[in-house]
Design a protein around this ligand. Structure first.
Ligand code: COA
Length: 193
């Protein structure tokens, strides 16, 4: 499975990504916002993650797409974007993402998300995407609203983060297929400016 945008390739992770993933996730700037990612993050952790993704990718009714974000100009993985908890019955999935710090604020995750959201609604025929974001994660809350997701409520003290051990409140967001088209057109227009 592979998707492509102007600057990016979204592809399956592979064992040769192990060093880059370890290097890029092994900072609290990233892992403090990711629920199950340990800190410090070791080669062994990255191998476990990659093997899990490879196993998930082989399943007949695939429920998890955790894709490498590869920057074409550097030919290497700079983050991960995912649709997990893909339910063929409910036609829903959960969107997830992280990007290495050096690449923030260049519109990279926006570019990647537009592509995977299109994939979810058009190819997987989903009708709704879900995201949960810690209230303290200002960049991601702001990012998801920019994409067009609706804020639907807050769960109090709902999650303990593996890397920091802190307990966080989580904001819940949703995006319906019927609302996506207008947001997509707006986002594409913004990117052309
Ligand atoms: C959240 C994250 C993925 C954003 O990626 P990014 O590539 O920097 O985001 P983009 O450049 O595509 O930003 C798109 C929009 O999101 C919003 N945004 C992104 N980062 C922001 C920040 N630090 N503060 C405020 N708004 C922000 C802005 O509206 C931005 O549009 P603009 O640049 O035109 O103002 C990145 O900061 C990250 O990986 N953080 C750590 C991991 C994480 O939090 N993952 C999500 C867990 S829920």
């Amino acid at each position: 499975m592979k998707l492509e945008t102007e600057r990016l390739i979204l592809r399956e992770v592979k064992l040769s990504d192990v060093k880059e993933i370890t290097k890029k996730v092994n900072t609290l700037d990233v892992s403090r916002y990711l629920g199950v990612v340990p800190y410090p993050y070791s080669i062994k952790d990255a191998k476990w993650f990659i093997n899990k993704c490879l196993k998930d990718a082989k399943k007949e009714n695939r429920e998890s797409y955790e894709l490498a974000i590869e920057l074409k100009s550097e030919n290497k993985i700079i983050g991960v974007i995912s649709l997990t908890k893909v339910s063929d019955f409910h036609k829903t999935a959960t969107l997830g993402y992280w990007l290495a710090k050096d690449y923030w604020r260049n519109g990279i995750m926006k570019e990647a998300c537009i592509e995977i959201i299109n994939f979810g609604f058009n190819k997987l025929k989903l009708r709704r995407l879900n995201v949960k974001i810690y209230v303290v994660n200002i960049p991601s809350n702001s990012f998801i609203k920019k994409l067009g997701f609706n804020y639907e409520g807050t769960m109090i003290k709902s999650y303990k983060v593996k890397s920091t051990g802190k307990i966080h409140d989580e904001n819940i967001y949703g995006l319906l297929k019927e609302d996506w088209l207008k947001h997509k057109n707006r986002l594409l227009k913004e990117m052309q400016k």
